[in-house]
Design a protein around this ligand. Structure first.
Ligand code: MG
Length: 278
């Protein structure tokens, strides 16, 4: 809580900061990552819009698209479709690795100065495309969201870990951080979520360390029953800091809605070019 101004980190600002000897402090983009500029909402020329098939191809190139023998868990399609995954030497894995390396140094530095902590040190982790990669689902669905198909993937627990994130969380836990998972997934997806996290290499979070979007939670009363993701997440971080006495030292997410509303000393934005949740 000491560092009320949100510090931001991304691979882009890291590279710049390293070359200039600066600490990354940009707050232009929540979480710091600077995706390619979005096209205008109301283009006046086709020249302002990326071709959607070329964007899909670029996304697959970024993840190092790799077919697997694992079949899709959705029974409703009546067939077995082989899932795809990312490559360990992809640009995606490289950029996440750079981010977790920087985060690891930051977390070690902060916990070594307990006099500067305003509570028990804690870390917040979003799940989809922050701790678990949904690339296999996105390719299966051709990057179109379908809640029924998505739920089949979630409940089957088929998402691999975001590379290097399990190791980062294990190191943080060993240093004394409490790890809290904070996801917009609904409460009825708790068993699949818990099993997927454990299977992907995360220490299985206790029930009170895994927050799913249950709008009857008492600290959500100011926005329930229509809390946005951003409201739900910010109010839960506030609950951890104000009611439970934690200092949220770092907040890891992949979407703007993971970061708005404060209650984190620093944010880390994991790259995700596949969808956008403001
Ligand atoms: Mg996410």
């Amino acid at each position: 809580m000491k560092l009320r101004t949100t510090l931001s980190t991304s691979v882009a600002t890291l590279a710049l900061g390293a070359s200039l000897g600066l600490v990354a402090t940009s707050s232009a983009a929540p979480g710091g990552l600077r995706p390619a500029p979005a096209p205008p909402e109301h283009p006046t020329s086709v020249d302002q819009i990326q071709n959607i098939d070329q964007v899909r191809t670029a996304i697959k190139g970024y993840y190092g698209d790799t077919p697997t023998d694992q079949v899709d868990p959705y029974a409703g399609d009546g067939k077995d479709v082989k899932l795809h995954t990312f490559a360990p030497d992809s640009a995606y894995a490289q950029e996440v690795g750079d981010l977790t390396a920087e985060a690891g140094k930051y977390l070690a530095r902060r916990v070594a100065q307990p006099q500067h902590l305003e509570g028990r040190p804690a870390i917040i982790l979003d799940i989809d495309d922050t701790t678990l990669t949904t690339y296999n689902y996105e390719v299966y669905s051709n990057f179109a969201y379908d809640p029924t198909v998505n739920a089949a993937f979630v409940n089957a627990g088929v998402f691999p870990a975001v590379p290097t994130m399990p190791q980062l969380t294990q190191a943080a836990a060993a240093q004394g951080y409490e790890l809290f998972f904070l996801t917009g997934r609904p409460e009825n997806q708790r068993p699949g979520t818990q099993a997927n996290l454990t299977g992907a290499g995360y220490a299985g979070p206790a029930a009170d360390h895994l927050f799913l979007k249950d709008q009857t939670l008492p600290w959500l009363s100011s926005c329930a029953p229509t809390c946005s993701s951003a409201q739900y997440k910010a109010l839960t971080r506030e609950h951890l800091e104000k009611d439970l006495g934690y200092d949220v030292v770092a907040n890891f997410g992949d979407q703007p809605s993971d970061f708005t509303g404060g209650f984190a000393d620093r944010t880390f934005r994991v790259p995700n070019p596949m969808y956008y949740l403001p």
